[in-house]
Design a protein around this ligand. Sequence first.
Ligand code: NAD
Length: 353
Amino acid sequence: MTLFDSPSFEDHEGVHAFFDEKTGLKTIIAVHSTARGPASGGCRMWDYASSEAALDDVLRLSRAMSFKNAMADIPLGGGKSVIIGNARTDKTPELFEAYGRAVETLGGKYWAAEDVGVSPIDLAHARKTTRYVAGLEGAASSSGDPSPVTAEGIFRGIGLTVQRALGRDLKGVTVAIQGVGHVGAYLAEKLHAAGARLIIADVNQQALDEVAMSTGARIVSTDEIFATDAEVFAPCALGGAINPLTLSRLKAKVVAGGANNQLAGPAMGVALFERGIAYAPDYVINGGGIINVAAEIQALAQGGAYDAAWVETKLARLMVTLGEVLDTSFAEQRPPHEVADEMAKARIDAAKV
Ligand code: NAD
């Protein structure tokens, strides 16, 4: 397979592969679109089975970032990078310094941040050799852990989707949260404070106990969570929560949560719609995290400090966008994920000169 024949290639502006002899770094940086601003998206370190798999991943993920950033209405395009290697055994400071040099060669077309397998410490090493890294700790520009902002967006998004679909507020509504990690735990607190009833599942017993203790949530198994009597199902763990096996068991009337790639495929979005289940498209409702990172990139690029008021303005705007997606879906009787994709594409096209 060559780059341009790849099914995941979709008008990417640039795809850059780098090899560093001294450290063995193999990285691919994909710049999908800079129409709305410099491409931004995390750096993922993963032990890919082949370079073809790494290329496929970076192409898909960078395009997804263009869409997410456009829906979050932040002045950033979409990009992503992957480092081929084992995050547990292959990491060295020198590897990330070499990665930083690779990012620097793009002259600011791409801003890196954290993703799976990459920590703020790794990024601090990359920062020695490039300016174009966000997600560092301890500076005036630092945006810190994005999870609380992500959870706030999801909390508001669940409220909005419940209002549209069920015509009520969150008081007394039961929400089943799959995964009470960083995002899920913050979300549980907020929902509890709003009077919602909670059902939770996780593979981490300690995380479950902590959330149950502070919110009174009922704990169920990771299998049962799909089939509870909750009105809302909130996927906050891994991707693919909505797949043919889980869909047939789902009793919820609303699917709205923080996980990326909740639909195992676009057909699942159509199936949700046909079953009358309101779905808040994942990359729209979970855009709070990237808004938070964008505030840091803005501060670094312009030499200022992290601006919490700007983040709040963008978060409020994100909810207006989510409302538009749900309203259009209802008015035109089309699945919301299709409406969201169309809106994102239109926003990117409108920014092209
Ligand atoms: P996390 O790793 O802190 O939490 C994930 C939780 O899911 C963990 O507690 C884990 O034990 C649990 N889990 C794993 N497998 C499970 C299973 N089969 N059933 C139930 N629980 C399971 O990650 P996070 O930062 O909270 O992110 C959660 C999701 O939200 C991810 O999909 C992530 O990509 C997405 N997301 C996160 C942010 C953010 O700001 N952190 C932003 C946007 C999207």
